[in-house]
Design a protein around this ligand. Structure first.
Ligand code: ZN
Length: 192
């Protein structure tokens, strides 16, 4: 009902916040609201959905450009705002990126401005991950040589929607919350 609508943090402010345009004073107010406005997550999803050109339902935003979305065929995949898809969200999406590796002092110097901060390329490499669709940089990691790509986030979506939002997803399944990244290289090996 209209009188129950919580307007202490209006949708317009949320839109500005997502754009990075909300003045700091209003941002602080939103952070300090007690109790928090109800339904903020749903409003946030609504704002995100308006910003993308595709229709797949956003379940969660996982970085500036990437979302976990529900596909009409029942899959949950990682998708870039440009529309590029990275496959099943349980497989580290970094494996579907274009990757640039910096492993020499010269290459490190191009991106580190303080000499003392340049990693030792005999121990560390810098990996830059790019979306193959729009070439946005979607991640950077500094890791020991040969270290497996870091899985940045594997959310337990079913628990989040059921326990925290109180609105369970219709396709709940125990095997959604599983890191299946090793399946990708196994498939590549089979495909030769
Ligand atoms: Zn993209």
């Amino acid at each position: 009902m209209e009188q129950n609508k919580d307007e202490r943090f209006p949708l317009e402010h949320l839109k500005l916040l997502v754009e990075g345009q909300l003045p700091w004073e209003d941002t602080k107010k939103a952070l300090r609201l007690r109790p928090k406005d109800t339904g903020r997550f749903w409003k946030y999803l609504e704002v995100l959905q308006e910003r993308v050109s595709w229709k797949d339902k956003i379940l969660m935003r996982i970085s500036d450009h990437l979302y976990i979305v529900a596909k009409p065929d029942g899959r949950r995949v990682v998708k870039c705002d440009c529309g590029q898809e990275f496959g099943d969200y349980r497989i580290n999406w970094k494996l579907s990126c274009r990757i640039r590796v910096r492993n020499t002092v010269e290459e490190m110097n191009e991106v580190f401005s303080i000499e003392e901060g340049v990693p030792d390329p005999s121990k560390i490499e810098v990996r830059e991950f790019y979306c193959p669709g729009c070439y946005a940089q979607v991640a950077v990691e500094l890791v020991p040589l040969g270290y497996p790509p870091l899985m940045e986030m594997l959310p337990d979506l079913d628990t989040f929607y059921r326990e925290w939002l109180g609105k369970p997803l219709a396709d709940e399944r125990p095997d959604w919350f599983q890191d299946r990244t090793v399946e990708a290289p196994a498939r590549w090996a089979k495909e030769g």
